[in-house]
Ligand binder design. Sequence first.
Ligand code: ADP
Length: 908
Amino acid sequence: MSKQQPPEPSRARTGPWPTRRGSLRSYLLLLALAPLTLLVIVTAASIWVQYRQQSAMLVDGLRETAHAIALAVDRELDTGRAILETLAASELIDAADWRAFYELCVKIMKSRQDGAIILMDRAGQMLLNTAVEFGTPLPRLSHELADQTIEWEGRRLPLSNSRMLFDSLASGQVEYSDLYYGRVGKRPAVAIAVPVMRGGTAPYMMAISSTPKVFAALLQHESNSADLDMLIVDRAGRIISRDNDPEKVVGHLTPEPLHRAIATARSGIGETVLFDDGPSLYAFSRSAVSNWSVVVAAPRDRVLASIRRSLAPWLVAVFVVITAGIMFAQSIWRRVATPLGLLTQGAEAIQRGQQPEIPVSGIDEVDTLSRMLRHASLTEHARREEVLKRQLAEEREKATADTAEELRRSEQRYRSLFDNNLDPIFSLNGDGLFVSANAAAERLFGYTTDELKSKDFAALCIPEKREDAAAAVHDILARRSRDFETVISRDDDARVDLFVTGAPMIVDDQVTGVSCIGRDITERNRLTAELQQRVGELREADRRKDEFLAVLAHELRNPLAPIRNAVEYLRLKGPQDSETEWCRNVIDQQARQMARLMDDLLDVSRITSNKLELRKARVTLEEVLRDAIETSRPLFDGRIELAVDLSDDPLWLDADTTRLAQVFSNLLNNAAKYTDSGGHIRIHGRREGAQAVVTVRDTGIGISPELLPKIFDMFVQGDDSHRAQGGLGLGLTLARDIVRIHGGTIEAASAGHGRGSEFIVRLPLADRYRPDTTLPPAFMQTDSTPEPQPKRVLVVEDNKSQAQSLARLLQLMGHEVRVTANGASALETLADFAADVALIDIGLPGMSGYEVARRIRDRSEFRKTKLVAQTGWGREEDVQRAREAGFDHHLVKPIDHRRLQDILRSAQ
Ligand code: ADP
């Protein structure tokens, strides 16, 4: 069942206000913070107003103070001026009684804190100065002095007030100096200058100088607050005095903005940094008498501090209100939010189908909601349970129906598989008794299932197979699935060969029995047996055929032997008349041809029975071809032109020379046979990679495309018109097989009828030349000595014509010959005829040639006699057998006369 998601709150307008998302908590906080924020704004505004008012008040205070002090300074200056004017009227001046005047001045100055009175004549000569004793030499002032300055404690000051004095002399007015360095008093001072008027002119000038201390005292007197900084500044912007610690600042220039303000207005206010103390608010007022300015400054921090002081309670109150507001909002939030959260969880739980705990909050609306939710929860729960029950019931019903249906179908499927299977299927219990069987099994065993149920499976097998069948069932019950064959014996005496595949039946991991699928293999077994019998018969027939071919070749050879002997006899007798000569040649040729056919037949039977043995030796291709050409030459000599083209370097082969020569001889014979007179045969031998390649090409009748693919098959022959040439269709088969067992290939090519043929033989070359020491055994070899010596020869042969023809031939060769027809007479003859060579036929009546040889070899007096077997059997085993019997040589009939002569030559 998929979980239902709560619906997304709609973003559409649902009331007069826009619907925005946000938690209740944030709304409550907003509710609490809105008036608080207003409060903060109002507070900030009132602080700002307060600050402005306080600042204005302070500045007003400063301005008033500055003004008051400026008046006080003016009063002080007026006092000084009054003193001077009083003294200027003194008669002591007129009397030039300077001492008395000096003392008067001193007296007057005693009432003043600090300062001196100076008298100067019009030329600038100082006449007296109360700063020093009377009579002390005094300097003369000049205009030039006015422009000089002096360094005093790191501050640069004008050297004198002389300009102001001369100005006063000239104008006849009171003059006020700026700050200067008094040379006589050696300290900074300010002065008031008054001309001493006598009769409209001023013969003298008087001045009263005051030190900064005087004004410091004045300022201190006027000061009503320790936080204020009060300065008196001259017209040049130099500080004349200060209320506190005047020595530190006297002579310094005021900061540029202040100086500019002072220079341009009589009074004013501003903010500047004084003496590295941080920013200060200041007010100034210019003295109407001296044009000096009084500056009163208060550090800005002080202003702020005072504002802070006055605002502190207010700020605390605001903070308390805000904190209380937030706390109140929090507590309301908790009271509302906790039950609301539980309500939300409850609603979600209801949606999930659970029954939630619904809280009681004490808030009417929330509790109403809780009640409704509880009611909704119960209703929803009941509804869900109802739905669930219904669904479960439906699902159960459906599942039962599905299972039943599936079970029914499955049952049907298996039943149909079981019943309709053409193979017998049956099951056995743990005791090997039948439990079930399908129709095919019923047919097989010849019982119905009910009848089978009481039967033991093994008991239905034939007695010889019962034990095996029981063992097989036992194996399968031991969980070893297996196949087995058995034979069922039925009631109707019929026997059925049965192939059974058995597997254990496992229910809840327990083997409860065996299930078997059988197959009636009676027919198969019968066919197999028949097939085997046929194969055996065929093999036997093939063997007999080979044997027959061998016997045939052998038997056909026998009559050939006397014919060949006779021909050889004629040849040795020397030239006859031409007709006789022609006859002899025809007989010779045909006899040779017949011998070759016999050989081919024998060889084919050897190759098909794998009995052909190769006597391999290291030999050159040239030698092999020479032998082959020599053998075949009589077939084309004078009739067809032969060209041999061989590469200069010898091509070495590991080959049986005789056999390989036989291959090329066959090819040459064919070429000669199928090429008309006047044609050409060309042999071309060359190296191609690791192979020797020999091509035998003729200009003969060619090979048809139909014949070409099967030309190497046994007994395959071409066109009948050339059958006159003779042959059995074996030559190429032999050639192919011999080349194959030499590891080579042979192929035929022809452009078609009348366009010549080409045979290509490829043979593997020997790795590299290595003189071969394994010469063919002497048994097959003959020594050749140039001079034939007359020998004593015993011929043992039961075939009269053969014996006679051979004897005659030997006699004609000049040998002494005796003939016997069997072994016993041979042994007798040998006793008084010490034969050098005994030519013994193998197939003798009574004692075989082998036996005769063995007996001869048993007797030491005959050891010098060379024993030569002559037989129609030329197989390898025949040669071997002859050797074992004691023969020195083995000649196959019809005897090769050249070999015979060689043997006779080599005999002692
Ligand atoms: P045979 O020569 O005894 O008939 P072979 O096996 O030697 O048997 O040759 C099979 C057949 O191949 C021959 O009958 C002939 O038709 C064909 N044949 C062989 N060599 C040649 C050749 N050089 N030219 C044309 N036909 C050939």
